[in-house]
Write a protein that binds this ligand. Sequence first.
Ligand SMILES: C[S@@+](CC[C@H](N)C(=O)[O-])C[C@H]1O[C@@H](n2cnc3c(N)ncnc32)[C@H](O)[C@@H]1O
Length: 447
Amino acid sequence: MPKKRKKYKLKKKDNVVKEFQEKYIISPSNGSKRYIDETWDFRKENTKEYTHCFHAYPAMMIPQIARRIIATYGKKAKLLFDPYCGTGTSLVEANIVDIDAIGTDLNPLARLIAETKTTSLNIQTLDLYLKDFTDKVFAFRFGKRDIHSIVLPDFKNIDFWFSKTIQRQLALIKKYIEKISDVPIQNFFKVAFSETIRECSYTKNGEFKLVRMTEDRIKKFKPDVLGIIEYKLSRNRNGLISYLKTKKNGAFARIHQFNSVEGIPKNIFLLEGNADIVVTSPPYGDSRTTVAYGQFSRLANQWLDYSGASQVDNILMGGVRNGVNYHFKSSALNETIEKINKQDENRCKDVTSFFYDYQKSIANVSSVLKHGGHACYVVGNRTVKGVNIPMDEITKQIFQENDLKHIETIIRNIPNKRMPLENSPTNVTGEKSTTMRNEFIVVCQKK
Ligand SMILES: C[S@@+](CC[C@H](N)C(=O)[O-])C[C@H]1O[C@@H](n2cnc3c(N)ncnc32)[C@H](O)[C@@H]1O
């Protein structure tokens, strides 16, 4: 007897998606400059080739997108700028095709990763350090070294996130890394160390926010700290080798600690002149209520002694409440703000603060772009209090106010971007709603 097929019941979540698609994607008013193109989905592609395998990070851009944007709009480009470079996906892709790159980010961990992913190390030198490290690990595993006396770092809540045994092993690795005098090699070890820290902490798997495992899970949790870092070092070494084989010689990447909401200092661009192309994926909301880059990075930032490690989310875009009651240059944004305000005045202040910063940062970015250069923003729309925020339309309108013309908006599905498909836009624990399943590549050109 053939099995009776279970009838698929339409869930609330499906309705939200359907409604979202009808309203914001297949809208007749979109015109031909805003279209769905599934060839940008890059469904089965390897997103971890080259140095892109180095370290996970929330809402990473997939390399294929940066690659295709550069191939389409950056054919003659000499300098690429990413004002929210995160782990440096677009910088790596620029360097591969011999384009110099400048990136800025406020998160120290992101800058460390971006810097390391774009640094060409001498593999023979690296191998000497890796061999030395493996020897030390071997001696530690099979020797009689007592590490109970090792000095442990002392930061808030360390015991909440790490057992003493793990703290000792991490401290041992930290001490080893601190002794490496070659800074680029030291950074290479730090990146592998950072991922190891996260994996050996009591944070729940698959969460970008800091959420602790259940007590039951903690009792069984015995990660092999040294094995994990050895694996990561070896994986990253392979990634680096393929990057070096592919990369043409010469192109540089410079990563700055800079708040893109503030005026971009001319000295960043002094030597090269303005940027030919901007390829970036900005945050799509403040870190507290959307993607918490700071929380994701906090434990690593603490172990690596970066100051202000627990304050990162507060300094990122929209982190400070300002610009409330502001009238924006984008009509799409003003309409959205009005709708949210009707639902929840308090929540509206968060959204307004974020866009106050966003508008300022677009003006800054526009000012360092060459005439004829392209600004390519990969953005996602989100919902707050049931109101969809059309980030792509808002981005386009703000750029138009800054002397750029809109070229096109490509709509792609997100099959492989590491994003929570659900968030809590109402900020009520347990109340969830579907977030981005589509991404928008907004391309504008400076007149
Ligand atoms: C979507 S992520 C970028 C991810 C990046 N494209 C990648 O592939 O790794 C956005 C980044 O913006 C940074 N950011 C947020 N506000 C910022 C600001 N005001 N100035 C500079 N960077 C900021 C965050 O730290 C985060 O790394």
